[in-house]
Design a protein around this ligand. Structure first.
Ligand code: NAD
Length: 382
């Protein structure tokens, strides 16, 4: 029996992670998942409502900065793995309100590290370092953005110096450094994964790929920062979840692992490819035809999607300090743990569009705030 405390699992990647654990990887095994999430604008209980059964999966609403609550969770449960996804995660929002990012991402991480330390330390060794209960692991979910920006050549490896540029990446870097400081100072059993951009189901529609899909389906313009030439490395979210689970269970204690898709694309190419994929999917996809039909003034005629073309792209003012290129070298995790990105981008984007078509209600509910109402009905307004 293994017990996971997973923070931020009402958000995009954390939700996919617990679904991966409960419904796929350890479907018939005795595991328990405790979700701790503050349900900010980015967290939606509706995303994981079918996973919460109060036996294998329990939900606790709370803030990772709350010391009392963190201690209580450790006192009431024999937690084996703490996987910290919880964060303020949107770069644009960090430019608006840096202090919130500092508070949640740095102080929140440090609070969790301390709670785990209080619960897991058993004594001291002959050199005065804490000794730890066996089999415990604190895992920090981090980002390639901590490495800063690359030129046209080269890749981030685990030894690339940390050089963040945005308030978001500065806060994630500081959190990583606290995790490494706890490893060095207290010999805490930690691991860190630094991953490239994720896409896939349950992605909040303020991020590039879900925004573009959504806007096309709603007949809106497609905003792209500047010339759209910034390069990102895209990874299907389930491949990321698999990597995290492998590192938590089998990764070497104290190590950092880079996780990436070897799938570099400029933002403008992502948008153009999404447009093309929607055209390719039209012929034999009834759901897509039905959704797009709503855009058509004359709903009786054949569906005309000629308006879905590159002219929908609208260039908007570039993000301040926008990093030029991120690209991950995942050799370490591949060689040590045998992980590799299983989903090719061409397939992942089709799956993501299809998921979007099948979950229009979810999109409506996260954007309209209806999941907050759902939470209030279930749990009262607390
Ligand atoms: P998200 O914004 O979708 O979800 C974040 C979750 O954290 C939400 O459910 C939110 O309610 C919760 N949360 C926020 N503040 C909290 C607090 N104070 N206490 C408790 N819960 C709180 O984020 P995401 O895209 O799923 O990213 C998850 C993690 O993965 C983050 O740490 C992020 O830095 C990292 N990451 C993301 C990507 C990506 O492409 N999205 C890539 C690499 C790493």
């Amino acid at each position: 029996m293994k017990t996971y405390l997973v923070t931020g699992a009402a958000g995009f990647i954390g939700a996919n992670f617990i679904k991966y654990l409960l419904n796929r990887k350890y479907k018939n095994e005795d595991i328990k998942v405790i979700v701790l999430d503050a349900l900010t604008y980015a967290g939606n209980l509706g995303t994981i409502k079918d996973d919460i059964d109060n036996k294998r999966c329990v939900f606790v609403k709370g803030d990772i900065r709350d010391r009392e609550l963190a201690d209580k969770l450790f006192a009431e449960n024999e937690i084996d793995y703490l996987v910290n996804f919880a964060a303020e995660s949107h770069v644009d929002r960090s430019i608006e309100d840096p202090q919130l990012f500092l508070s949640v991402n740095i102080l929140g991480t440090q609070n969790l590290l301390d709670a785990a330390r209080r619960a897991w330390v058993t004594g001291k060794d002959e050199n005065g370092y804490p000794t730890w209960k066996a089999g415990k692991r604190y895992h920090q979910v981090s980002t390639d953005e901590v490495y800063g920006s690359l030129g046209a050549e080269g890749f981030f490896t685990e030894t690339t110096p940390l050089c963040p540029h945005s308030p978001y990446s500065a806060s994630k870097t500081s959190a990583d450094m606290f995790v490494m400081a706890y490893r060095d100072t207290y010999h805490m059993p930690i691991t860190i994964t630094r991953c490239s951009n994720n896409y896939g189901p349950y992605h909040f529609p303020e991020k590039l790929i879900p925004l573009i899909i959504n806007n096309i389906l709603e007949g809106k313009q497609l905003p792209v920062y500047g010339e759209g030439l910034n390069v990102r490395d895209w990874l299907y979210v389930e491949d990321h979840c698999k990597a995290i689970d492998m590192v938590v269970r089998e990764g070497r204690e104290g190590e950092v692992y880079n996780v990436g898709g070897h799938n570099e694309m400029t933002n403008i190419d992502i948008v153009k490819l999404t447009i093309k994929t929607i055209h390719d999917m039209m012929a034999d996809n009834k759901q897509l035809r039905n959704v797009l039909k709503k855009q058509q003034k004359d709903a009786t005629g054949d569906i005309d999607i000629s308006w879905i073309n590159n002219d929908l792209i609208t260039h908007v003012a570039d993000r301040l300090g926008h990093d030029k290129r991120y690209a991950i070298d995942p050799t370490k995790i591949k060689n040590e743990l045998g992980w590799y990105p299983e989903t090719k981008f061409a397939d992942g984007i089709v799956k993501t569009i299809q998921w979007n078509l099948e979950n229009q209600q979810w999109i409506h509910e996260v954007t309209s705030g209806d999941y907050q109402k759902y939470y209030d009905n279930m749990y009262g307004n607390k």
